[in-house]
Design a protein around this ligand. Structure first.
Ligand SMILES: NC(=O)c1ccc[n+]([C@@H]2O[C@H](COP(=O)([O-])OP(=O)(O)OC[C@H]3O[C@@H](n4cnc5c(N)ncnc54)[C@H](O)[C@@H]3O)[C@@H](O)[C@H]2O)c1
Length: 299
């Protein structure tokens, strides 16, 4: 049984990590959040310690280490701009780290984390859940088998409704979340590059607080992408069906369906990481470079 501690336990995504830790037969020893509304912990690990101050959390972790309790993993579920600091904490206490997406905001943050991985001999794993989605793995196999030189036409639209709170929270602050293309888009860009290859050219058409769009020339595809948190963009038929999220990916005019099967992917990611098959830090670099470039594009 592996021992975990978790940073950012009070947020939206943390329960999926607690569930994954529990489902994989492991234990959460302690958690940190700067807010104290963390009753959700009772559903997973009622005996875990909880701290609202980093210094007290750090002291507790150090005490556990000195008493001979090994902390195997630090899970990071904090806001994007804090990931690199929280990953460093994990590596420095001698743990491996499982961190939410986007692993960091800028490509050079990855380079310094790679150095600390080498210094500590510990590893950082990202949650790249689309890469373990069965329909997406099947798509990759199909594309890998197509003759060299074939270029696909892809149209990606992802609309997900977010209320006014989004703009008040860290998610609406480009310095903290990286903006729409980074925070919402990184999953899709990573997936598209994984399947269709390196970026040859990236054009940004719009990068606003609610909507971003652009065009990518990948090795094997031309991609027109549009991402938005404006609920009014969700088509009527999807709204009438009660949907708050609409995603469509067409490849040469054929619809590729991957709306289902997202919720269990954190547990699957943990199974892979714990089984020695997690995605290493370096695997995240291309997508982080691309979202950085999109964020800083002049248009
Ligand atoms: N894989 C996915 O599908 C997916 C979905 C949503 C979010 N995410 C990622 O998960 C991470 C968390 O997102 P969320 O939606 O849960 O956000 P959230 O705002 O709901 O939760 C973040 C939590 O971190 C806490 N926090 C903030 N600063 C902290 C600090 N200095 N120390 C400790 N805790 C601190 C907050 O109080 C909050 O409880 C982000 O990186 C986000 O991009 C991933």
């Amino acid at each position: 049984m592996k021992n975990f501690v978790l940073i950012g336990v009070g947020g939206y995504i943390a329960p999926r990590h607690m569930k994954a830790i529990k489902d994989t037969g492991n234990n959460l020893l302690a958690a940190l959040d700067k807010h104290d509304s963390v009753g959700i912990m009772d559903s997973y690990f009622p005996d875990a310690e909880f701290f609202t101050e980093f210094e007290r959390f750090d002291r507790h972790v150090e005490k556990l280490k000195r008493q001979g309790t090994k902390i195997d993993y630090v899970t990071v579920c904090s806001p994007n701009y804090l990931h690199d600091a929280h990953i460093r904490f994990g590596l420095r206490i001698g743990a491996d780290v499982i961190c939410e997406k986007p692993i960091v905001l800028n490509p050079w943050n990855i380079d310094s984390l790679l150095d600390i991985e080498k210094e500590t001999g510990k590893n950082v794993f990202s949650i790249l859940q689309l890469r373990i989605h069965p329909a997406i793995i099947a798509l990759k196999e199909k594309i890998d088998a197509t003759p060299a030189g074939k270029k696909f036409e892809i149209d990606l639209k992802y609309f997900t409704s977010r209320g006014h709170w989004y703009h008040t929270s860290w998610k609406g602050d480009i310095q903290k979340s990286g903006g729409i293309a980074t925070n919402i888009g990184v999953h899709f860009f990573d997936m598209l590059m994984w399947i269709f290859g390196e970026v040859h050219e990236s054009t940004v058409l719009e990068h606003g607080s609610e909507t971003a769009s652009g065009k990518l020339e990948l090795e094997k595809a031309t991609v027109n992408w549009l991402l938005s948190i404006d609920g009014n963009k969700i088509p009527k038929h999807a709204k009438d069906a009660g949907k708050k999220t609409y995603r469509t990916l067409s490849i040469d005019g054929d619809e590729f369906e991957f709306s289902e099967g997202f919720t269990e992917l954190h547990t699957d990611s943990y199974n892979q990481i714990l089984g020695g098959n997690g995605f290493p830090l370096i695997e995240t670099r291309k997508a982080i470079q691309l979202v950085h470039d999109i964020r800083n594009a002049k248009f």
